[in-house]
Each structure stands twice: as structure tokens, then as C-alpha cells.
Design a protein around this ligand. Structure first.
Ligand SMILES: [Zn+2]
Length: 250
């Protein structure tokens, strides 16, 4: 409802991203996630939105997610985007890349409708460097030349992307909190930050992060402050806390 100050689908201040600490997080044990279509090949639209590289998922056959103690029974993938450096820190470490899989509860028709009913969730993966290229990052990079200096003009992926390649293999260890999206209005957003990491090569990150906004400036490194508010949400940890490595440069 317009102007309804009692609305509870949003916060008056951002509640994400956060500094996450394993020793402070309360242990929980949710039922396992079930990833449906995360191993399938998709050809999403890839766009430089002026802030990041984003892949938009549309239509009926989008990858879906159930389980994991989320508020709604089932979510669908809405978009996938990246932040460099990471938005979240873990045990005082910031990582060179964070990937967000933005989901909306599947009973809602669009992002806004889901946002207004607390139906937003994010799967966040933190990344490490590897000698092995990540095939799905290569898919993004195949469209990179077309989008890097052409903000807001989407390109269709020429090669398939497999979303499971953008999250760690082990998804049973993660931080969980009820945060918000990071821009106003600060709609509620259920955050899952995996403790183990996805991987790409240094060269892949170098190319991925070389994009330009509408005035021709290079998109800068993430400079969002982690929240220090007294209203900070309670952070939970699902699984085995010892799985949580904190090495910035492995
Ligand atoms: Zn994000």
C-alpha cells in the first residue's frame, strides 16, 4: 500500500552486506537444498548494467531451488550478477569476487511483487583463484566484448551457462541471515553465503571486471560498507563451521 509506514516487507536502513564470523554465528541445521535445473545448460541474456555483469533469466524453465530452510517452498532464478571485491567478509577476510544468484519465490509474477511479500532470496558464492578456468565464466566472457563498453545493451549468450559452476560443490555449509537488498527501498532479502568457494583463474577475473559505465568510466571495485547498525540481523551458520576457510589469496 502506498505510504503505508507499517509495511514490514522492507527496512528503513540496509541490513546487507555483513561481516560474517563463524564464532558468532548461531548453529542451525536446515533441510538440504534441492537444486532443480542448476546442472542444465541455459542461454541467458547477458548485460552490463553499468554496475556489474548480469545474466537475466526469463520464461518457464528457469532453474529452481527448494529446501534450505527458506521462507517459501520454491524459488526461481531471477538473475545472476557479480561483485568485485566481495560484499561480505568472512572472519575478517574480503574475497576478490562474490557472485549473487538472485531468486524470487515462484508464486510471484515478478521481482517487485516478490519483494513486497518477503519473497526474495540470494545465494552468494565467494571465489578463489585456480589454475583451471571456470567454463561458465568463459560463457560470460564470450559476450564480454559485446557488452563491456555498451552498458544497458544486452547480448544473448552464445555458449551455455551451467549455474552449478558458479557455486561451490559443497553447498551444505553456509551463513544465513535475513538481510535486505542494498539499495532503497530496502526490501527484505534472505541471504545464504556459502562457506566453501567457487573458482576461476586470475585472467578470467581480470577480463570479467573490465567493464565501463554509461559515461565511459571503468566500473569501480565494490565500495559498499558492511553494516554496523545496532539492528544488525542475527547470523546463523548451517553445517560444519570448520569448513569455513579464511584465506584471501590461496
Ligand atoms: Zn548483488
Amino acid at each position: 500500500m502506498l505510504g503505508d509506514l507499517s509495511a514490514t516487507d522492507r527496512s528503513s536502513e540496509p541490513l546487507s552486506p555483513m561481516d560474517l564470523y563463524t564464532h558468532r554465528a548461531k548453529l542451525i541445521q536446515n533441510e538440504p537444498f534441492q537444486f532443480i535445473g542448476f546442472n542444465r545448460e541455459f542461454y541467458p541474456e547477458i548485460v552490463n548494467n553499468g554496475y556489474t555483469v548480469q545474466m537475466n533469466f526469463k520464461g518457464e524453465n528457469r532453474p529452481r531451488l527448494t529446501g534450505g530452510g527458506l521462507r517459501f517452498n520454491e524459488y526461481v532464478v531471477h538473475n545472476v550478477h557479480f561483485h568485485w571485491d566481495s560484499e561480505h567478509t568472512v572472519n575478517g577476510c574480503r574475497f576478490m569476487l562474490e557472485c549473487h544468484i538472485q531468486l524470487i519465490a515462484s508464486e510471484f509474477r515478478n521481482f517487485k511483487e516478490a519483494a513486497e511479500k518477503k519473497g526474495l532470496a540470494i545465494l552468494a558464492s565467494l571465489w578463489r583463484f585456480s589454475d583451471q578456468e571456470n567454463p561458465s565464466i568463459n560463457t560470460v566472457l564470450a559476450s564480454h566484448e559485446a557488452i563491456a563498453t555498451n552498458p544497458k545493451i544486452p547480448a544473448l549468450a552464445e555458449h551455455p551457462i551451467i549455474i552449478s559452476q558458479l557455486i561451490p560443490e559443497n553447498t551444505s555449509n553456509y551463513f544465513r541471515y535475513e538481510g535486505t537488498i542494498t539499495y532503497p527501498p530496502f526490501y527484505n532479502n534472505t541471504l545464504t553465503v556459502f562457506a566453501e568457494r567457487a573458482h576461476l583463474t586470475r585472467k578470467q577475473l581480470y577480463i570479467l571486471s573490465d567493464i565501463y559505465n554509461e559515461v565511459g568510466d571503468a566500473v569501480v571495485y565494490n565500495n559498499l560498507q558492511t553494516i554496523k547498525s545496532k539492528n544488525a540481523p542475527i547470523v546463523y551458520f548451517n553445517g560444519d563451521k570448520s569448513s569455513c576457510k579464511c584465506l584471501k589469496f590461496p
